[in-house]
Write a protein that binds this ligand. Sequence first.
Ligand code: ZN
Length: 304
Amino acid sequence: MRRAIGVTTAERIATAVVEGDQVIGTLRLYPEEGMAADELMGMPAEHVAHTIREQIEAVLQGTAIDVVGVGIPGIVRNGVIEESPNLQQLKGCRMQELLSSELREAGIEAPIRLYNDADIVAAGLAARRGQLDRRIRVWTLGHGIGFGVYPFADGIWEGGHTVVSLDPGEKYCGCGGVGHLEGIMGHRAMRLRFLDMEPDEVFEGARNGEQRCVDFVKLWHRALAAATASSIHMAGPGKFFLTGNHARHVDLNLLNQHLHDMVKMSPLQGYVFEIVPGDEEIAVVGAAVNAIRTVFPEESQDAQ
Ligand SMILES: [Zn+2]
């Protein structure tokens, strides 16, 4: 069976050796618990690449691997980070080349493939559930809002920036665009909207009946329903996973009610939401699975 290194860099760098759909050994985290959580935010691209190399060397400890898969937030195509609203210093970076030369220096010759960080969550969920033959969509509700699809398909897929409001005052998205889903649901956007409250306190306030929090939580659910309805109207119904730090705030009844109001055509009714714990292990497994399937396509077909 192929062995791979899986890496995700969503809010911190998580790295592990992966075989099949399992992490072998320990999942390594950078920065570690207790260190500054936003360390990655201002780190230059070369430094990010070097840090990923150090993490890979630390988990490898001499193990032979076939391929390395890395997830990065933003528009990632052909090894280049074309845009990354939440790690802006990486925009335009040829990260695959940077990482290749870092790994060569370390004596690691395996090919490297880069993916969007939400796409690898979708791949990890597919692998963990034995559903590598199905189409999966996932919303990752964290610092930003990610939209991941499996199987990997060339394209942009920036579903987190779906326009869900025509109100010109909705301008909190990390990319600067007006009316975006992330501008309502993202952690950063919620902090900008409620300058005096942390996002968790806003959801708490809604449970206690505080009106502006109640109104916002309704908007938050309607925004997710609207973006999902757009995906359904473009690509059809199916399974939508919800994961990430803020998935715990989702009220599925409320979400389904709003979506029911937005999707009326009968062939589009077969949609299902499922909330899944968004641990980094799933993303790391997905990065490895995607890389193996990209580099060794014949073998992955045999495996189905
Ligand atoms: Zn945006």
